[in-house]
Write a protein that binds this ligand. Structure first.
Ligand SMILES: [Zn+2]
Length: 282
C-alpha cells in the first residue's frame, strides 16, 4: 500500500516536472543539443554501473554491522569481567582485614590471660574475663565475615568464568566474521572504488533532471532499477503490461516515457544493442 503511494507520488512528480518531454524541448533545453536517445543511453550506462555496485554491497550485506555488534558485545563482556575482578580484589582485601582483626584479638586474649595471672582482686579478674569474652565474640564475628566474603568470591569467580566462556565464544565468532569481511572487502574494494568513480563521472554527463528522477526511483525500487527495457510487452521493472502505442513511442524514443505503474524510465532494447554506434560519452 505504502509502496503504491510512493509510486503514485513519483508519477505525479514526473507530471509536475513536465517529464514527458518532446525532442524539440529537450534539445532546446540543452546547449549541447543532447538527443533523447543519448540521454537515455547515458542513464542506462549509469544504471548498469549502479547495479554492479549494488551487487557488491549485497554480497557484503550485514557483515559490517555484525562485526560492529560483536565488537560491542566483546567490549561489554570485558568491562563486566573487569568489574567482577575488582569486586574479588575488594573482597580479598576485606578478608585480610578480618584476618588482622582475628590476629589482634588473639594477641589481646593472650595478653589478658597473662594479666589474669597477676590480678590483685576478683573485680580485675572479672573485668579481664569480660575483655576476653568480648575479643572472642569479635573473632567469631570476623570468622563469619570471612566465610561470607569467601562465598562471595566463589560466586563472583563463577560469574567471571561464565563471562569468559561467552567472551571467548564471541571473540572466535568475531575473528571469523572479521576475516570474512576482510576477504570480501579485499576482493571487491578496488572494483567498487572504480565503479563508484565511474558512476560519479557519469552523473556529470547525465541530464540533471533525469538524474534526480533516476535517484528517486532507484531509492524506491526494490531491485534498484530506475531505467528498464520492455520484456514480453511488459515493464522490465514491475511487469505491468504496456499498451502497443506506448511501446511504439518507446521504440521511437522521441520523448522520455515512464512506466505508468511504477514510474521507471523506459529505454528501447534496440537503442541499448546499438549503443556502440551512438557516441554518448568517453
Ligand atoms: Zn513498471
Amino acid at each position: 500500500m505504502a509502496k503504491k503511494k510512493v509510486i503514485n507520488a513519483a508519477e505525479q512528480s514526473f507530471e509536475n516536472q513536465n517529464f514527458s518531454l518532446n525532442l524539440a524541448n529537450a534539445a532546446g533545453d540543452d546547449a549541447n543539443e543532447t538527443t533523447i536517445a543519448e540521454k537515455l543511453l547515458s542513464l542506462y550506462n549509469l544504471q548498469h554501473i549502479c547495479s554492479q555496485i549494488d551487487r557488491i554491497r549485497i554480497v557484503r550485506g550485514e557483515l559490517p554491522d555484525e562485526v560492529r555488534d560483536l565488537e560491542d558485545a566483546c567490549e561489554g563482556l570485558k568491562t563486566r569481567i573487569a568489574n567482577y575482578q575488582d569486586n574479588v580484589k575488594t573482597l580479598k582485601a576485606k578478608i585480610i582485614e578480618e584476618d588482622t582483626r582475628i590476629k589482634e584479638g588473639r594477641e589481646l586474649i593472650t595478653k589478658y590471660e597473662t594479666q589474669q595471672d597477676n590480678v590483685r582482686n576478683n573485680r580485675e579478674y572479672e573485668s579481664l574475663t569480660k575483655e576476653i569474652d568480648y575479643q572472642n565474640l569479635e573473632i567469631q564475628l570476623a570468622e563469619k565475615h570471612k566465610v561470607r566474603y569467601q562465598n562471595e568470591i566463589v560466586a563472583q569467580n563463577e560469574e567471571i568464568a561464565v563471562f569468559q566462556e561467552k567472551l571467548s565464544e564471541l571473540a572466535d565468532l568475531l575473528k571469523q566474521k572479521k576475516s570474512e569481511l576482510k576477504g570480501i572487502i579485499a576482493d571487491t574494494e578496488k572494483e567498487e572504488a572504480e565503479l563508484v568513480a565511474k558512476a560519479e563521472e557519469l552523473q556529470t554527463v547525465v541530464d540533471r533532471r533525469l538524474l534526480v528522477a533516476f535517484e528517486r526511483i532507484r531509492k524506491n525500487a526494490r531491485n534498484g532499477l530506475a531505467i528498464v527495457q520492455i520484456e514480453r510487452d511488459a515493464c522490465g521493472g514491475c511487469f505491468s503490461t504496456i499498451p502497443p502505442q506506448r511501446q511504439l513511442d518507446i521504440r521511437l524514443h522521441k520523448k522520455i516515457i515512464v512506466c505508468e505503474a511504477c514510474g521507471r524510465i523506459f529505454i528501447d532494447h534496440q537503442l541499448v544493442e546499438n549503443q556502440n554506434a551512438i557516441p554518448v560519452f568517453e
